[in-house]
Design a binder for this molecule. Structure first.
Ligand SMILES: *Cc1c(COP(=O)(O)O)cnc(C)c1O
Length: 400
C-alpha cells in the first residue's frame, strides 16, 4: 500500500481511520483456493467476526466464498450481503437453543458444539441435518511434539464423547452431515494440523451421512519479521492428498471446508491515527494518539504486536517511542519502538489492522468509533461513517 495514498485518505476522511484493501483480500482468497485446487469440492467460509462490514462481506460473496458466523446477527449481515443461507455456517458457542432454532429456520447450516443442545435439537428437529464441532484435544507442545491439551476448553464436543454423540443420533433419528474442528491458535505447524485432521477422519468414519469436513482455521499471518506463519501451500499439498484418499475410503466426494478470518483480512487493513501529543518523561518518550483501546484493543487484550510507522516523516531520524492512547487506562500500543521522528499532528499507520480490530471496537470513554474506508477496484469508498454524538445517545433516554 502506497504511503501517500494512505496520507491522502487520512486527509480526506480525517482520523482515526480504518482502511481496507480488497486486492489483498482477493490475493489471500486465491492463495488458499489454489493451495487446495487438487480437491474436487472445496469451500472457504470467511469468518465474519474478524471484520464484519457488510461491504467486506459483499467482496467475499463476489469471490465465491461462504461465511462462517457465530451469532444470528452475523447471519443476518451475511444474508443482507447477498449470501444464500446454504453458503452460511453457524458455529455458536454457549448460545440458547432458541437462537439456534431461529438460525435453522433461516436455512443456514447449524454446527453444534455441545451434547445437551445436540440432544434437545435432535429431539425437536430430527430432520434438520447438523454438523458437530469436535475438540480433538491436539495442540502443538514445546519442541513441536504433539501433546494433548485444552481438556477444559469450552469449545467443541470432546473426541472422547463420540460414543455419546452416536447414541444421541440413534435415539433421536437426527442426521449428522458434517464434522468440524476449530482449535484456534493451538495448531501452528503443518504436522500438528495433519495430526488433528486424522482425528477428524476417524470421527467422520463413524457417521454414514457426512457431506463435508470443516477444518476450521487458526492460520497464522506474519505481524512482524520472523513471525511464524502458516505455510498454506505446504498444508494444501499434504492435506489435499490425504483428503482425497479419505474420500475414497469413505466412498464419496466430500467437501473440504476452511473458515479463515485472520488469514484473509489481517494484512488488508491499515489503521491511521493522528499524534496528539509528544510527552517526554524521565524514562520514556511517549507519542499519544487520537485513539486507544476503544479502537484497537489487540495489543492490550492479547499482547499482540502491530507494526507502527510514521507516514508523515518517513525520512526522519529514527528514535525510540512508546505509542499510547488517549483512554483513561493503560492503553499502550507498543513500547520501545524505533520509529522515524514523530512530531505532533503526524499520521501513524498500524499494520495488520484488518482482523479483530474494528470488529472489537467500542465506545469506551464515550468516544466515537472510527470511520472505515474500502479501496476497491482502484476507488476509495466510505463504508462506515464516523460516529457522532447522536450515536452515543442512541437508545439512551433521559428519564429523571
Ligand atoms: C474465530 C473463528 C474462526 C477464525 O479464526 P482465525 O484465527 O481468524 O482464522 C474460525 N472458526 C471459528 C468457529 C471461529 O470462532
Amino acid at each position: 500500500m502506497d504511503n501517500n495514498l494512505l496520507l491522502d485518505l487520512a486527509k480526506k476522511y480525517d482520523s482515526p481511520l480504518y482502511v481496507y484493501d480488497t486486492d489483498k483480500i482477493k490475493h489471500q482468497y486465491k492463495r488458499i483456493t489454489k493451495a487446495f485446487s487438487k480437491v474436487k469440492n472445496v469451500k472457504i467460509n470467511y469468518a465474519t467476526k474478524a471484520l464484519s462490514n457488510v461491504n467486506v462481506l459483499k467482496v467475499f460473496n463476489q469471490l465465491g466464498s461462504g461465511l462462517d458466523t457465530v451469532s444470528i446477527q452475523e447471519v443476518k449481515l451475511g444474508l443482507l450481503a447477498g449470501f444464500e443461507p446454504k453458503d452460511i455456517i453457524y458455529t455458536p458457542n454457549g448460545v440458547s437453543l432458541k437462537e439456534i432454532e431461529d438460525v435453522a429456520k433461516l436455512g443456514v447450516q447449524i454446527n453444534i458444539d455441545n451434547l445437551s443442545i445436540l440432544e434437545l435439537f435432535g429431539q425437536k428437529h430430527p430432520n434438520i441435518p447438523v454438523c458437530i464441532r469436535i475438540n480433538p484435544h491436539v495442540m502443538a507442545g514445546g519442541n513441536s511434539k504433539i501433546s494433548v491439551g485444552h481438556i477444559d476448553s469450552k469449545f467443541g464436543i470432546s473426541i472422547h464423547q463420540v460414543p455419546h454423540i452416536k447414541r444421541v443420533v440413534e435415539n433421536t433419528g437426527m442426521h449428522i452431515n458434517g464434522i468440524h474442528m476449530h482449535t484456534g491458535s493451538d495448531i501452528l505447524d503443518v504436522d500438528t494440523f495433519l495430526m488433528a485432521t486424522e482425528i477428524l477422519f476417524g470421527v467422520a468414519k463413524q457417521f454414514d451421512e457426512i457431506q463435508f469436513i470443516d477444518f476450521g482455521s487458526g492460520f497464522k499471518v506474519p505481524y512482524k519479521e520472523g513471525d511464524i506463519s502458516t505455510n498454506i501451500e505446504d498444508l494444501g499439498k499434504h492435506l489435499s492428498k490425504r483428503f482425497n484418499e479419505f474420500c475414497k475410503e469413505y466412498g464419496k466426494d466430500l467437501t473440504l471446508m476452511f473458515e479463515p478470518g485472520k488469514f484473509l483480512v489481517s494484512e488488508a487493513g491499515y489503521f491511521l491515527a493522528t499524534v496528539n501529543v509528544i510527552k517526554q518523561t524521565t524514562s520514556t518518550v511517549f507519542a499519544g494518539i487520537d485513539s486507544g483501546l476503544n479502537h484497537l484493543i489487540r495489543p492490550m487484550f492479547y499482547n499482540s504486536y502491530h507494526r507502527i510507522e510514521n507516514l508523515s516523516n518517513p525520512k526522519g531520524r529514527e528514535r525510540f517511542y512508546s505509542i499510547v492512547g488517549y483512554i483513561c487506562e493503560t492503553d499502550t500500543f507498543g513500547t520501545n519502538r524505533r520509529i522515524n521522528e514523530i512530531r505532533e499532528e503526524d499520521i501513524l499507520c498500524f499494520y495488520n489492522a484488518g482482523a479483530y480490530c474494528f470488529s472489537m471496537a467500542s465506545n469506551y470513554n464515550s468516544r466515537y468509533r472510527p470511520a472505515e474506508v474500502m479501496i476497491h477496484d482502484g476507488k476509495d469508498y466510505l463504508i462506515r461513517k464516523r460516529e457522532t454524538f447522536e450515536d452515543i445517545m442512541r437508545n439512551q433516554e433521559i428519564m429523571i
